[in-house]
Design a protein. Structure first.
Length: 522
């Protein structure tokens, strides 16, 4: 196998309790090719600051989801199928395989390993650096022994959410919030992955629908729908703009045309800021391309350009700002491509609340008061941060757009000061709205938690069975509010249990729309 080029790509790269952009992947190369069994090893180092693994409190850890893309010659970028054994890592590193279908035995063709979670193997906090080699079954992918191959290694930061019971609904006055019938002030306790009845019978799950957008108040919610009781990994941050650029730059031109708003189907484009379809930065979306494009079918190169000098991906170019203007179909395609899946509504609430008893009308950090960001410093840089040390949310904001993923993280702070969910996910309230899978209509209730397989269709859409339709969006819930929201307004729900938009679809990719994903733990 001849390797002609190596890439190191980072989709999300923000460590939890620090100001900087610290995930690093280095020393990427292939080694140890075995032409008899048609595999080779993908070698790399990965490191980030302020990693953790706790045995008390949340009893969880942070991790990175690592996966590999490859292409043969000038062909399309494809997802590398990994083996379930034969990986190598430093002694302080845990490698956890991520099967296409967790809970089902590994099969190199029908149920391959799509990537691995990497995290510390014992309790501790601080900087993490570990080396690993992943066994890539290139023969299964149809790659010849002497093929000319390019590879890209991607890393997305995640947090582990342990198995266990939790509550949905806060007992407050949020629009459409879950409760245990008949008392709206009593949260509903999820104690297993069994089916849940939704009705006006005593002790069943129920929710009001005074806005008309919270759902059909019907059920049952099937056992296959992810309840959040079983363990899963959630993205630590919302999809960043650099993360979305990395995704775009592995797509064909036909797929790229679908996944941006500007018309890039010819050799010229005026609206070079392609997500907001503008020739200037709008609401801090900085994803850009050149005004002169390569002839079809060659793909377009995208980059971040916050300082507008047309030199991409510089230090101050806003790479780590949360990505807005994402349609549901954009989010779904990204998650399918990465081997992830959407969060269910229940998993969203557990990510914020953990196993704690709810506080009425609480935000994702576990209480009902907030500190709104007004101004910030180091705009566009990896250490972009609020100028107010007490701020913990971006809502109805003064900077006219989303801010850096993890910008409220602060050294030696509690969840209120950092705006963190119980297990370490950031910006679950505010910044950009997040699409989850709704329990409020029949399409959402069909969701079984299948993962993306790393491949999207020729038109750039996700094609995972029983996900909300990427074109119609039927089955999608909007949760968490955004920078455009009013903190307590029903129109723009920010509170953790607010379901004012629990079963309503906005498909256009609004200035406030973003997203994150998750993955079922093995």
């Amino acid at each position: 196998m001849k390797i002609i080029l190596l890439f190191i790509m980072l989709t999300l790269s923000q460590a939890t309790w620090v100001f900087s952009n610290n995930v690093q992947v280095s020393n990427v190369h292939l080694t140890g090719q075995n032409t008899t069994d048609d595999f080779t090893m993908v070698n790399f180092y990965v490191g980030w600051e302020n990693s953790w693994r706790y045995t008390n409190g949340p009893a969880n850890w942070d991790a990175v989801w690592v996966f590999v893309k490859y292409r043969i010659g000038a062909g399309p970028w494809l997802h590398a199928s990994l083996n379930n054994t034969g990986h190598i890592a430093d002694s302080w590193v845990t490698l956890e395989n991520g099967l296409l279908m967790p809970g089902i035995p590994f099969n190199s063709t029908t149920n391959p390993v799509l990537g691995v979670f990497i995290y510390r193997n014992s309790s501790g906090t601080g900087s993490f650096l570990g080396g690993a080699q992943l066994r890539w079954n290139y023969g299964i992918n149809g790659v010849a022994d002497n093929a000319q191959v390019d590879i890209k290694v991607f890393a997305i930061e995640m947090v582990y959410v342990p198995q266990g019971s939790f509550y949905v609904g806060s007992g407050g006055t949020e629009s459409g919030a879950f409760y245990k019938y008949p008392t709206t002030t009593v949260p509903y306790n999820i104690t297993s992955e069994s089916a849940i009845q939704v009705s006006t019978s005593t002790d069943n799950l129920y929710y009001p629908n005074t806005t008309g957008d919270s759902g059909d108040q019907s059920g049952p919610i099937p056992a296959a729908y992810p309840k959040g009781f079983n363990s899963f990994y959630a993205m630590k941050y919302e999809i960043s703009q650099q993360g979305y650029v990395d995704f775009l730059n592995t797509l064909s031109r036909q797929q790229q045309i679908t996944r941006v708003r500007s018309n890039i189907s010819s050799t010229n484009v005026t609206a070079t800021y392609v997500m907001s379809m503008s020739n200037t930065i709008t609401y801090r979306n900085v994803i850009r391309c050149r005004s002169v494009l390569p002839a079809l079918p060659a793909p377009v190169l995208f980059y971040c350009d916050f300082n507008t000098n047309n030199v991409g991906d510089e230090a101050g170019d806003g790479l780590n700002i949360a990505c807005n203007y994402l349609k549901w179909s954009d989010q779904a395609a990204y998650l399918d491509w990465a081997g992830l899946r959407p969060l269910s509504e229940f998993e969203y609430e557990k990510s914020g609340r953990g196993n704690q008893f709810p506080i009425a009308n609480e935000f994702a950090w576990g209480n009902n008061y907030f500190y709104r960001v007004i101004t910030f410093s180091n705009s566009g840089f990896a250490n972009e941060v609020s100028s107010d040390p007490f701020s913990n949310i971006t809502v109805n904001d003064g900077q006219n757009g989303p801010i850096r993923c993890g910008a409220f993280s602060k050294i030696s702070t509690d969840r209120t000061q950092s705006g963190s969910g119980y297990y370490g996910s950031m910006e679950l309230s505010g910044n950009v709205s997040e699409r989850c899978v709704s329990v409020g209509n029949s399409a959402g209730r069909l969701y079984t938690g299948k993962h993306g397989d790393g491949l999207i269709d020729v038109n750039g859409n996700a094609n995972v069975e029983l996900w909300p339709n990427p074109l119609t969006g039927d089955g999608v819930a909007n949760r968490g509010g955004s920078f455009y929201s009013s903190p307590f307004g029903n129109q723009f729900p920010v509170l953790l249990s607010d379901r004012g938009w629990g079963a309503v679809f906005f498909g256009s990719g609004d200035l406030s729309d973003g997203g994150r994903g998750c993955r079922t733990a093995q």
